[in-house]
Write a protein of this length. Structure first.
Length: 579
């Protein structure tokens, strides 16, 4: 940068001086002594002016800073500024990572929760916040993978992606490392306050009516979302940033899952690749809500030009509710089939609530992190320390309803096998059934069920002449229920320190020596509690165990609006809990 200074004082000779200052450097130059233009009022020949400081600052954009960081990285690193993507509704880090090449984002309703690098799974891909890990544990698993749905990226300025590990990386980074860098107020020269408010809904039908949740209450489909970010550079050497907000998403998810078969033994007629047989089909109906509230703050202080001190604290409260009903129809080994019809095997058909699962999970994460970095000439010293705690709770009966009507055949050693809720083979109502399908490519369009007039088992297809309203709660029987309450806690303490020395040789090299220390404490309890339903007569699998007493839907079966499946009458596990 070249600056030109001009001096003019009344009675003095005008003087102009040009000075060239290389970028990123400072220069001091004494003020010149300026001779007088002699007048009748002057007696001296020269006068010394007071020091004059000329300063120029240019605020670099986040994009330019990301490019500089990528050039200075010690290995192949992609650095991307979050502002490149513009404003985004959800602060889930997956909403940023999904745009970056080489990152596999695995969506799980109602959002993203897993990711991987270079085709390697999430268990071997590490996620860091300003270079340190964060506590992240789920009550249903003990793996290393990080669930990004319970944290926020509202205070993130840059994303670093390293696909090749460094010696300082942990064993979790076989696939690579993703480092989320928080916003610094010292990168700005003026106050910045941004805010965002909006409503989000299921985009399938944009309905305004309530969506029924597990407890039997109606939830408003349009959910409020808001975010406020305040960045305050108090002066050149001190600043802070605060981000707070709420993400709330309600999603209606439906999945059609027909099972086709080929080969001998799958049907009474030849089943080939050109004419496969539809042996069973499932329809998943899963309304889910993900609500996250967060408060994040960080501070930067430069007590001297060579030293930078930073501190960050955060709190995330994430709640997820989902109601997952899986209706499954089975034709057994069909006696005959074609492109549009499947005639089920005698005494082999069934309809069951394979996994009517209703649950609620809460995750609360508290974190604190401190960072000190000193850099002068060819030397660089850095020290980081972090502490985080996650408390997870997974409840069902505590909220007034069971987790599921599906027990399955001895899912846990030592448990008594309890038949599924439904009608037909393997259910609590073992009525002999033959189930015929009318089908399309997407799944079932019509389901006909029949039994023998006497209700006795028979392997003769001609005996199945009595129609059965498989969809009615008067026919469906309750086998049992289960509860899966869980509690988990994780406390993670981290410390990193290193010293680095650069050598300005013809081929520049650097030597770094450091220490990385992590201590992780985990405590997890996940119960598997089962009940067998006996009804008023105290006898399981008897006629009074039908589901009519816990029905929560219309009096007649409807059709799925997306795939056209015939749907059964719904049941309420909260009503079952009250019984």
């Amino acid at each position: 940068m070249t600056t030109r200074r001009a001096f003019r004082v009344a009675g003095l000779i005008a003087l102009a001086i040009s000075t060239t200052v290389p970028g990123g450097e400072a220069q001091e130059r004494p003020q010149p002594t300026v001779p007088y233009e002699k007048t009748s009022e002057t007696t001296a020949d020269t006068v010394n002016l007071d020091p004059l400081v000329v300063e120029a600052r240019r605020e670099a954009s986040q994009v330019e800073s990301a490019v500089d960081a990528q050039i200075a990285a010690p290995n192949v690193t992609s650095v991307v500024a979050a502002e490149e993507f513009g404003p985004f509704n959800d602060t889930n880090p997956g909403e940023i990572l999904k745009f970056l090449p080489g990152i596999d984002i695995l969506p799980v309703a109602p959002g993203f929760n897993r990711f991987g690098l270079r085709g390697i799974g999430p268990e071997s891909t590490e996620l860091l916040f300003d270079g340190l890990p964060l506590a992240n544990m789920h009550g249903e698993r003990t793996s290393r993978r990080f669930d990004v749905s319970v944290v926020s990226a509202a205070d993130i300025a840059f994303v670093e992606v390293r696909k090749l590990p460094l010696p300082s990386d942990s064993a979790n980074s076989i696939g690579g490392t993703i480092n989320l860098i928080r916003r610094s107020a010292l990168d700005q020269d003026r106050r910045s306050i941004t805010y965002q408010f909006g409503l989000r809904a299921d985009a399938h039908d944009l309905a305004t009516g309530p969506l029924m949740e597990p407890g039997g209450r109606g939830m408003t489909r349009w959910r409020p979302n808001w975010r406020l970010v305040w960045t305050e550079p108090v002066n050149r050497d001190f600043g802070f940033s605060v981000a707070l907000g709420q993400d709330d998403l309600l999603l209606q998810m439906r999945v059609s899952d027909p099972a086709w078969g080929v080969g001998d033994g799958t049907s009474g007629s030849p089943a080939t690749l050109s004419n496969p047989v539809l042996t069973s089909a499932s329809l998943l109906d899963s309304p889910a809500q993900q609500k996250k509230t967060y408060v994040l703050a960080n501070m930067d202080w430069r007590p001297c030009p060579d030293l930078l001190l930073s501190a960050a604290v955060g709190f995330h409260d994430s709640r997820q509710r989902d109601s997952q009903s899986v209706y499954t129809w089975s034709a057994g080994v069909p006696r005959e089939h074609g492109p549009a019809v499947t005639l089920g095997g005698p005494d082999q058909g069934s309809f069951s609530y394979n996994n009517a699962s209703w649950r609620e999970a809460t995750s609360r994460t508290t974190s604190a992190q401190f960072d000190a970095k000193w850099k002068k000439d060819a030397w660089e010293l850095s020290a980081k320390a972090g502490w985080s705690r996650l408390a997870f709770q997974f409840s069902d009966t505590g909220n007034g309803y069971f987790n599921s009507t599906f027990i399955g055949p001895a899912p846990v050693p030592g448990l008594i096998s309890i038949p599924s809720t439904g009608v037909g083979s393997g259910t609590a109502n073992p009525l002999p059934l033959a189930i015929d399908f009318r089908q399309s490519y997407w799944g079932l369009t019509q389901i006909d069920a029949a039994t023998t007039p006497s209700g006795r088992h028979s392997m003769n297809p001609g005996d199945y002449t009595e129609p059965v309203a498989w969809w009615s709660n008067d026919v469906v029987r309750i086998g049992g229920v289960r509860s899966r309450p869980a509690r988990a806690e994780e406390i993670l303490t981290s410390f990193k320190v290193y010293a680095k020395r650069r050598f300005p040789l013809a081929t520049p090299i650097s030597v770094q020596l450091g220490l990385d220390w992590n201590e992780r404490y985990r405590n997890r309890r996940w119960d598997y509690l089962t009940w067998r339903y006996v009804g008023a007569d105290g006898t399981p699998d008897s006629p009074d165990d039908n589901a009519a007493a816990i029905g929560s839907g219309p009096g007649t079966a409807g059709f799925d609006g997306l795939y056209g499946y015939p749907e059964p009458e719904s049941i309420s596990l909260s009503r079952l809990r009250r019984r």
